[in-house]
Design a binder for this molecule. Structure first.
Ligand code: 5GP
Length: 120
């Protein structure tokens, strides 16, 4: 598996306030901020506040309230960004085959333009 969780990963440091980020949304369960290297006019990352490497790790270990809170946060961010009507894409990489760079679960939200067709 991709675990154990590394407390020195860059998103853990952002959550601790050690590295700045441009915030979009925050609640008890989630934090959202603009990607430093945006791949679309809107490119936001939503992360759970808990220590989870991947979707599978989160699904296996998180409390139901954390899971519900995170899912609701992703939806709230899409709504607050104003891209609900024009559309958006969610993406979560996990592990080497996906090119996951940062080993803290994150959902990318892409929008603000007509996106390319989904490729694998
Ligand atoms: P992954 O490839 O792991 O799914 O995506 C990691 C994302 O994190 C990339 O899109 C990358 O641009 C973004 N990223 C990496 N380091 C930082 C950082 O220090 N601040 C912010 N805001 N985004 C970062």
């Amino acid at each position: 598996t991709l675990e154990p969780y590394d407390d020195d990963n860059i998103f853990a440091r952002i959550l601790r306030g050690e590295i700045p980020a441009k915030p979009v949304y925050e609640d008890d369960y989630a934090f959202a901020f603009h990607d430093i290297n945006p791949q679309a006019p809107t490119h936001v990352l939503v992360i759970p506040k808990g220590r989870y490497v991947s979707w599978a790790d989160f699904a296996a270990k998180a409390a139901d309230a954390e899971i519900a809170g995170f899912v609701r946060a992703v939806g709230a961010v899409a709504r607050e960004l104003g891209i609900e009507e024009t559309g958006y894409r969610l993406l979560a990489n996990a592990g080497p085959h996906s090119h996951q760079e940062v080993p803290h679960l994150h959902v990318h939200i892409f929008g603000g333009k007509k996106l390319g067709a989904m490729l694998v």
